[in-house]
Design a protein around this ligand. Structure first.
Ligand code: ADP
Ligand code: ZN
Length: 734
C-alpha cells in the first residue's frame, strides 16, 4: 500500500463526514465529522457544535463537497436515541424549502419542535407481585394482593387506587418482598383507536360519498379527494370511514383542523366513533404533553393526530392518510418565517408518501374547486343535511331601509328576532369579526385619533380591560380620560362597533337575557373551551362573537344567527375578499338549525345586491363559484395564474423603498411574469418597521421561485435594518 492510499483511507473511513441541517436560517447543511464508533445515517437526529453553542440538527442526504479538510471539521457531539426522519420526510422538508424559497434549516426546525423528545421517554417504576406473602395479613393487604394478582405490573398509585387503600400499605408489602420493582414503558398519551368501536350507519347520499372515498383510500397510493357538502351533511361521518379503513390497514392518520384548540367537541365525536381521543397537536399544549406526542408519533404508538397546521411537520412513523377539514380556512396559511399553506403542503406530503389526502369543506376554496372541476381532485358531494336538520332560512336586512336607532348597530329587524328566539327559550348568535369595543377612538373637540406609535393602525378600545390596544403589535395603554392633543376631558368618542359594544347594545335591549361575549382576547383557550361547552348546554341566551364561534361548534339550541356587518370584508383590495366573505358568512349562518328546530339567519348589509349577499341568501353557491372562477380566469389570478409577494421592511421608509426599487430593477426579464410595485403596503408600518410590497404575477406554468431568487441574487445587498420576506401564493395583501 502506498502512502497516498493510506491518506485516502484515513479521510474516507477514520473521519467520515456528513451534512447536518441545523435549525437556523442557513442556506444549506453544514459538514460535520462523525466520531469513531458513532452510528448515524441520513435522518438521524444529532447534537452538533455551532459557534459557541450546541444545537440539535438532522443528518441530511448527499455527500460532503470536499471543500473543507475533514480534519478541521467539528465533530457531532452526540446522536440521539430516536428514530431517524424518514426519507419521505426529508424529501418533504426539502420540497417545502424549495417551494417557499426558505432556508432548509428553518423548515427542518418545524419538524424538531420538541427538544426533550429526542431522548427516549424514561421508563417508569412499577410493581409486580412475587410469590412471597407477608407475615401478617390485614384486610387492606389482602385487597392489594388480590388486585395485583393478575401477572401485570402496576404503578404504585394505580394499584392503591384499584385496591382502595393508601400507598403506604403497598410500601409496607414491598419492604417484605411481596412486590418486586420493575421498569415499564411509559403509558401512551392516548389509547389506541378502534376502527370498529361504534360504526355509524351512513344514510342517503352519505353512503355513495363514503363509497367513492373508500374507492380511493382502499387502493392506496396518492389521490386527492374533495368532500364538498353543506354544513351538517355528515362530511365528518364520511371521512371517519376513510380513517377507519386506514387504521385497519395499520397506518397512521393526520386530521388537520383550523382551530383545534377550541374544538373539544370534535375530539369527543372522534371518541364516540373510535373509542378513544386522537392525540392533539397545537401551540397550546403543555410542553410535557407535546414531547410525549412527538415521541409517540415518531415511534408509531399514536395512531391518529388531530392538529393545527404545524402537525403537518410531525415525523410520523407510517402516515397513510391526511384529512384537511375546512380546507378553505385562512388559518392554514402561516405567515411567519416560512410562509406556507398547510392545505397545499398536505397534498405535497401525500404525493411524496404515496397516500391519499382528503380536503373537506362546505365552501371550498376557488383553487380546490377548480381542481375538482378539472378532475385533478376527485369531487365528492353531499348536497343535503343529515336527518331532520334543515338549513336555516336566510335573509338580508337592508340597512338603508331598516337603520338602527341612533348610536346603535342592530336594526329593529334583528332585535325583533333576537327577542323571539330568547322568548322561545332558544339561543341567538350575533357575529361581528371585530374584537374589542370600538375600532377607533377620537377626540370630539380636536379630532385627534388614537394611533399605535409603532404601526399604521388605529388603537382599538377594549372597555372590559380599560385599555386601547394595537391589534398588530400588541401595544396597549390605559384608556385615557383626556385627549393627549388638546387636553379636553370626557370628549373621547368610540367610533364603530366591536363585539363588546354589540354586547352592550344587546344588554340594553334584553337586560334579563344571559349574554356572553366570545373573543380570543377576553380569555385563554381553556376558558374559551369551557364557555363553548356551556353555550352548547344552553347556558347562555345570546352569544356575541368573533370568527372563533364560526368554527365547527355544535350549538343545538342556536336558532337565530345575526350577522352585524356582512359587508365588512368586502372592500379591502384583496382578490379573495368576495370568496372569504362568502365562506365566513356561510360558516356562521351554518351554526343555526343543526337540530330539527326551525332556524333563521339574517345578514345586515348596505349592499343587498352584491353577488356575495345574493349567493348566500339564494343558496346558489354554484352561481357564485362560476362567477368567481370566471373573474379569476379573466384576470389570470390563482389558480389560473400565480402570485408571489415580496415584502421589504426597514427601520426607515427611505431604506425600505430604496431596497424595494432596487429589487424591481434587478428583476429578470421573463415572458409571462410581471411585477407590480413597489408600493407602500396597506399596513405601512408594523412594530416600527416601514413596509413596501412588490407583487409578482405570473402565468400558471411560470417558475416563480426561480424568478424571485434571481431578483434577490441580482438585487441590492441586504444592508442595515433591511429585511425581505417572500410569500409564494400569498393569501394576505396587507
Ligand atoms: P358536517 O361535517 O358536514 O358539518 P357532521 O358530520 O358534523 O356534518 O354531521 C352533522 C350532524 O349529524 C352531527 O351531529 C352528526 O353526528 C350527525 N350525523 C350525520 N350523519 C350521521 C349518521 N350517518 N349517523 C348518525 N349521525 C349522523
Ligand atoms: Zn402597533
Amino acid at each position: 500500500m502506498t502512502e497516498d492510499s493510506t491518506d485516502l483511507f484515513d479521510d474516507l473511513f477514520a473521519r467520515r463526514v456528513v451534512p447536518v441541517l441545523v435549525p437556523m436560517p442557513a442556506p444549506k447543511a453544514y459538514s460535520y465529522a462523525v466520531p469513531e464508533g458513532m452510528a448515524v445515517e441520513p435522518g438521524s437526529i444529532v447534537q452538533v457544535p455551532l459557534g459557541p453553542r450546541q444545537v440539535v440538527g438532522v443528518v441530511w442526504d448527499g455527500t460532503d463537497d470536499g471543500s473543507v479538510d475533514p480534519k478541521k471539521l467539528k465533530a457531532i457531539t452526540r446522536a440521539f436515541d430516536c428514530p431517524p426522519l424518514s426519507k419521505d420526510m426529508r424529501t418533504f422538508l426539502d420540497w417545502v424549502a424549495a417551494y417557499t424559497v426558505s432556508p432548509p434549516g428553518l423548515v427542518a426546525r418545524m419538524a424538531l419542535r420538541a427538544p426533550a423528545a429526542f431522548d427516549p421517554e424514561p421508563m417508569i417504576e412499577g410493581l409486580r407481585l412475587t410469590d412471597t406473602r407477608p407475615e401478617r395479613m390485614t384486610p387492606a393487604r389482602q385487597r392489594v394482593i388480590a388486585a395485583a394478582d393478575n401477572g401485570f405490573a402496576w404503578t404504585r398509585s394505580g394499584l392503591a387506587h384499584a385496591a382502595g387503600t393508601s400507598s403506604s400499605v403497598i410500601d409496607g408489602l414491598a419492604v417484605q418482598g411481596v412486590f418486586e420493582t420493575i421498569f415499564m414503558p411509559p403509558p401512551p398519551v392516548v389509547a389506541l383507536p378502534d376502527p370498529d368501536y361504534a360504526e355509524h350507519r351512513l344514510e342517503g347520499p352519505q353512503k355513495q360519498a363514503a363509497q367513492d372515498l373508500l374507492d380511493s383510500v382502499d387502493v392506496g397510493g396518492f389521490s386527492v379527494s374533495l368532500i364538498d357538502g353543506i354544513t351538517g351533511s355528515g362530511k365528518t361521518e364520511v371521512y371517519f370511514e376513510a380513517i377507519a379503513a386506514t387504521l385497519k390497514a395499520g397506518r397512521q392518520v393526520l386530521i388537520l383542523l383550523p382551530e383545534i384548540a377550541l374544538t373539544a367537541s370534535f375530539l369527543e365525536r372522534f371518541q364516540d366513533r373510535f373509542g378513544s381521543k386522537p392525540a392533539e397537536w397545537h401551540s397550546d399544549l403543555a410542553p410535557r404533553t407535546r414531547e410525549k406526542v412527538w415521541r409517540q408519533v415518531t415511534e408509531g404508538g399514536v395512531r391518529v393526530v388531530a392538529g393545527a397546521r404545524s402537525a403537518l411537520f410531525l415525523p410520523f412513523e407510517n402516515l397513510g392518510l391526511i384529512i384537511v377539514d375546512e380546507e378553505h380556512d385562512p388559518a392554514y396559511k402561516q405567515e411567519d418565517r416560512v410562509f406556507y399553506n398547510a392545505r397545499d403542503m398536505a397534498v405535497v406530503r401525500a404525493r411524496i408518501g404515496e397516500f391519499p389526502v382528503v380536503l373537506v369543506s362546505a365552501t371550498p376554496s376557488v383553487e380546490s374547486r377548480v381542481n375538482g372541476d378539472l378532475g385533478r381532485y376527485k369531487p365528492i358531494h353531499l348536497p343535503t343535511r343529515f336527518g331532520d336538520a334543515a338549513l336555516p332560512d336566510l335573509g338580508l336586512v337592508d340597512m338603508r331601509r331598516h337603520p338602527p336607532e341612533r348610536g346603535g348597530f342592530l336594526s329593529p329587524v334583528l332585535l325583533r328576532h333576537i327577542g323571539k328566539a330568547v322568548e322561545r327559550g332558544e339561543q341567538a348568535l350575533l357575529f361581528l369579526n371585530r374584537r374589542g369595543y370600538a375600532p377607533l377612538t377620537l377626540c370630539r373637540v380636536c379630532g385627534h385619533r388614537f394611533q399605535c406609535p409603532d404601526c399604521s393602525s388605529w388603537l382599538v378600545e377594549h372597555r372590559f380591560r380599560g385599555q386601547i390596544q394595537c391589534h398588530h403589535c400588541g401595544y396597549a395603554e390605559r384608556t385615557p380620560e383626556s385627549c393627549p392633543e388638546c387636553g379636553t376631558f370626557d370628549h373621547l368618542v368610540a367610533c364603530g362597533p366591536g363585539v363588546e359594544r354589540i354586547a352592550e347594545e344587546v344588554d340594553r335591549h334584553f337586560p334579563d337575557a344571559r349574554t356572553i361575549v366570545l373573543s380570543s382576547d377576553l380569555m385563554g383557550v381553556k376558558r374559551l373551551r369551557l364557555e363553548l361547552e356551556a353555550i352548547a348546554r344552553g347556558e347562555a341566551d345570546i352569544v356575541v362573537g368573533t370568527q372563533l364561534v364560526a368554527k365547527g361548534h355544535n350549538f343545538p339550541m342556536m336558532t337565530f344567527v345575526g350577522i352585524v356587518d356582512a359587508d365588512i370584508g368586502l372592500a379591502n383590495g384583496d382578490p379573495r375578499a368576495a370568496e372569504r366573505t362568502f365562506q365566513l358568512l356561510s360558516q356562521v349562518t351554518g351554526r343555526a338549525g343543526r337540530t330539527g328546530l326551525k332556524s333563521l339567519g339574517l345578514l345586515q348589509t348596505y349592499q343587498p345586491q352584491h353577488p356575495v349577499m345574493q349567493a348566500i341568501v339564494s343558496g346558489d353557491s354554484q352561481a357564485f363559484y362560476e362567477r368567481e372562477i370566471n373573474e379569476r380566469e379573466k384576470a389570470l389570478l390563482p389558480p389560473f395564474g400565480r402570485l408571489a409577494s415580496v415584502i421589504v421592511s426597514a427601520d426607515t421608509r427611505a431604506d425600505a423603498e430604496g431596497h424595494a426599487r432596487g429589487l424591481r430593477q434587478a428583476a429578470p426579464k421573463v415572458s409571462g411574469i410581471g411585477i407590480l410595485g413597489p408600493a407602500e403596503a396597506p399596513l405601512a408600518l408594523i412594530r416600527g418597521r416601514h413596509r413596501f410590497r412588490l407583487l409578482v404575477h405570473g402565468r400558471r406554468n411560470s417558475d416563480m421561485q426561480a424568478f424571485v431568487k434571481t431578483m434577490m441574487a441580482n438585487g441590492p445587498k441586504m444592508r442595515g435594518s433591511v429585511s425581505v420576506q417572500l410569500d409564494i401564493d400569498p393569501q394576505s395583501f396587507l
